[in-house]
Write a protein that binds this ligand. Structure first.
Ligand SMILES: *Cc1c(COP(=O)(O)O)cnc(C)c1O
Length: 403
């Protein structure tokens, strides 16, 4: 084992908080990844959704290189050319009223900002989130996140949070009152298993928040930036939020999270009340601006819709062939295959056959590929999956499958 062996070093010295896959990734190109042995993988994980425009997109690479040669650090208390250009582009892809931006460094930080902005601008405390929702793991965001496995060992969490069942309009109607600061939801629940909203869920939340003087915060950290075949998933449902959170791939994998609001809502924060040393970093900003350009020039939102529909159709066919698949759902290039078995082995075997996939709970396979994925690459994934499902299906009797 060489001195620089990443397995032994990371296992020996990093906090052991990630379930590791036995591969050292060293290079990427579009929808493909390469390991230290030179093996190629079709990337259906996209760095947990952080790779939108494709790995090492030339435009993004150039922008990062150029900015690194100019200025790598600039605090928010100074003006900066790269940051201002990014913000100018960012507000063009957001709903028109949301032209004030708070720049942070991760999705969870975008949510923290949104919670504080909502409390500050309404003067109220209560935040209503959805069961099954995921918003990050810092204490504020975690208080909105539903899953007990993330919450239970870290109490007390932040007071003032309540959860209603996803898609339950009646529960939302009784929960959202004149005490509510904000309703905070994902348009499509990502970590929760790619759970689709009923068509009226977001419009109902929009009406409820408007009627009670509370704010609608949409967490589009996973669904935003073209992922579902529209720039924002909320566009599919005709709803515009008061606060929009974006993150994951908007700077092509560099650390970022943003909260957007209108002048009035964002204006409730006084100077110094919420800031971040790194927020609006010039390199991240340059990467973000180049990512927006790439999204538009490469027509990636349309590609997510077309290739996503193609992908889902192929998965539907597998569903028809394999009773161990329970459901296929999703929108654009955010797709889940819910199975009647634990998918852990299938993820490992997929890796051995050159396909990187994600899970979302123990029996759900999740696909969040770069939006530049093409149909041939989808076919490669389907061929591998077909084979793996066949192996999985063989010899299985219904009693061995999990409910
Ligand atoms: C990933 C994610 C977050 C948290 O983002 P981090 O950058 O990991 O802090 C929040 N909300 C949603 C919907 C996410 O998918």
């Amino acid at each position: 084992m060489s001195q620089a062996d990443p397995f032994s070093i990371e296992d020996a010295h990093l906090a052991q908080v990630y379930a590791k896959r036995p591969v050292t990734l060293v290079r990427g190109n579009g929808s493909l990844l390469y390991d230290s042995m030179g093996r190629e993988y079709v990337d259906c994980a996209g760095g947990y959704g952080t790779c939108i425009v494709g790995h090492s997109h030339p435009r993004v690479v150039e922008a990062i290189k150029h900015q690194a040669s100019q200025l790598t650090s600039c605090h928010g208390s100074f003006y900066n050319d790269a940051r201002s250009q990014f913000v100018q582009k960012l507000i063009t892809i957001a709903p028109s009223g949301l032209s004030r931006v708070f720049l942070a460094n991760s999705g969870a930080e975008a949510i923290e900002a949104a919670i504080k902005i909502a409390r500050r601008s309404t003067g109220r405390r209560q935040i209503i989130a959805a069961k099954g929702g995921f918003h990050g793991k810092t204490h504020g965001a975690l208080s909105a996140t539903w899953d007990a496995k993330y919450r239970k060992n870290f109490e007390p969490l932040v007071p003032g949070f309540a959860h209603v069942p996803f898609n339950d309009a009646e529960a939302a109607k009784s929960a959202v009152t004149s005490e509510t600061a904000a309703v905070l939801v994902e348009p499509i629940q990502g970590e929760g298993g790619v759970r689709m909203p009923s068509p009226d869920w977001l419009p109902i939340l929009r009406d409820l928040t408007r009627d009670t003087g509370s704010l609608l915060i949409l967490d589009e950290i996973q669904t935003g930036f073209g992922r579902t075949g529209k720039v924002l998933a909320s566009e599919h449902f005709g709803v515009e939020p008061d606060i929009l959170c974006l993150g994951k791939g908007i700077a092509s994998g560099l650390p970022i999270g943003v909260a957007l609001a209108n002048d009035h809502v964002m204006g409730s924060l006084a100077k110094g009340e919420h800031t971040s040393t790194f927020g609006g970093n010039p390199i991240v900003s340059a990467s973000g601006a180049a990512s927006i350009d790439a999204l538009q020039e490469d027509h990636l939102v349309d590609n997510a819709a077309t290739v996503g529909a193609y992908f889902k159709n192929k998965l539907d066919k597998l569903h028809a062939n394999y009773p161990i698949i329970r459901d296929v759902r999703g929108l654009g290039l955010m797709i889940a295959v819910e199975d009647r078995f634990d998918v852990y082995n299938l993820l490992q075997k997929g890796l051995e056959e050159g396909v990187i996939m994600l899970d979302a709970g123990r029996n759900v396979l999740r696909f969040l590929p770069p939006l530049c994925m093409n149909k041939q690459q989808v076919d490669r994934v389907i061929t591998v999956l077909d084979h793996l499902l066949e192996v999985e299906q063989v010899g299985r009797v219904p009693s061995q499958t999990i409910a």
